[in-house]
Design a protein around this ligand. Structure first.
Ligand code: ATP
Ligand code: HSE
Length: 317
């Protein structure tokens, strides 16, 4: 399980007291998740999630706190950092940045259908509308195109011949299209909108979590990341009805531009490279440890299936 930093009851009680939310009734480490340590926390006044940020851009926590405040103020269903009675949002526990957030209702779904995908597309559209143009909060991603090019060229020698060719072609394509991709319409993007970062009660989407990959960037990239996870079948092939449901619901709020439609197949491949590489890195760094590791080959297969893209983007000029 992915509890990188275990906690004992007394240190938790000391940490939680300044929120003024009553006595600690119960707490439990969360096995799901692969990057941070999370605990479900029951206090007298409600249910919460405590996150200790283990890796990644810890210095940029104020950005994540501000972004979630903006989205929460726009009435989007996202967690946000609770303040202590002295107004402090970003705390520290065991030397790690620590946040207490409300626990969202619902659970993750494994099998997505067109109805789920439409709701994800719609919520992603709202997220982008709330932060696009001059509303964007600037943050450069730490896993962007330059990261893909440099990590990809280092990791490529660890692969067999066929995946090596697949990755090299994708890296060449990124190099060729880099400037065009970065010139696409921008907003704040979630950057990791997989099924395990959305909560559902039945078919109703109750919220999005895990904004630690959020940044400013091309909105189309966020759509491609989400579609690759929500609308792929077991072989990595894009399933038409789910994809059209997601793209249609999104485009009803924010129509795609002609330039986005043109770069759509490239963007689907870029989004595969991003997660193929991060999973390869995680698999190498956590090999043999009790940490959740997602299968890198899943994105190798998806990338190979994205060489021909038949789902065109609906767009308006
Ligand atoms: N605000 C919340 N409300 C309800 N459940 C939550 C919340 N935050 C986290 N969780 C639960 O904790 C789990 C892990 O959280 P999260 O996805 O943020 O961890 P992570 O290590 O960053 O994961 P990932 O592997 O996606 O990067 C989630 O799958 C969810 O079950
Ligand atoms: N969603 C990511 C893990 C967290 O960034 C993956 O499935 O590889």
């Amino acid at each position: 399980m992915s509890v990188f930093t275990p906690l004992a009851r007394p240190e938790l009680e000391t940490f939680l007291a300044p929120y003024g939310l009553g006595r600690l009734l119960d707490f439990q480490g969360i096995a799901a998740g692969s990057e941070n340590t999370n605990f479900f926390i029951s206090l007298e006044q409600g249910e919460f999630v405590l996150t200790l940020v283990e890796r990644g851009p810890v210095a940029e926590m104020p950005f994540f706190i501000e972004l979630l405040d903006v989205l929460h103020d726009a009435d989007l269903p996202v967690p946000y950092a609770l303040r202590t009675t002295d107004g402090v949002a970003l705390r520290e526990l065991k030397g790690k940045p620590a946040l207490l957030q409300p626990r969202l209702a619902g659970k993750h779904i494994k099998e997505a259908n067109a109805q789920h995908c439409a709701q994800v597309g719609e919520l992603l559209g709202h997220l982008h509308l709330a932060t696009q143009g001059d509303k964007v909060l600037e943050r450069k991603t730490d896993r962007g195109l330059d990261w893909m090019l440099s990590e990809g060229s280092q990791l490529i020698s660890h692969l067999e011949e066929v995946p090596q060719r697949l990755l090299q072609d994708a890296l060449d394509e990124i190099e060729t299209h880099k400037a065009q991709i970065l010139a696409l319409p921008r907003a704040n993007i979630h950057g990791d909108l997989f099924r395990d970062n959305a909560m559902f009660e039945g078919t109703h989407l109750t919220g999005l979590i895990d904004f630690y990959n959020a940044c400013s960037g091309p909105m189309l990239y966020d759509v491609a990341i989400a579609l690759n996870d929500w609308c792929s079948d077991e072989e990595g092939v894009i399933e038409g009805p789910r994809a059209r449901a997601m793209l249609g619901a999104y485009a009803a709020l924010r129509p795609f531009t002609a330039k986005e439609a043109e770069l759509w197949p490239v963007m689907l491949r870029v989004a595969c490279v991003r997660f193929w590489l991060s999973r390869l890195i995680a698999a190498e760094s956590f090999a043999g440890q009790d940490v959740l590791i997602h299968d890198p080959a899943e994105f190798e297969h998806r990338l190979s299936q994205r060489q021909q893209v038949t789902i065109q983007l609906p767009f308006a000029l």
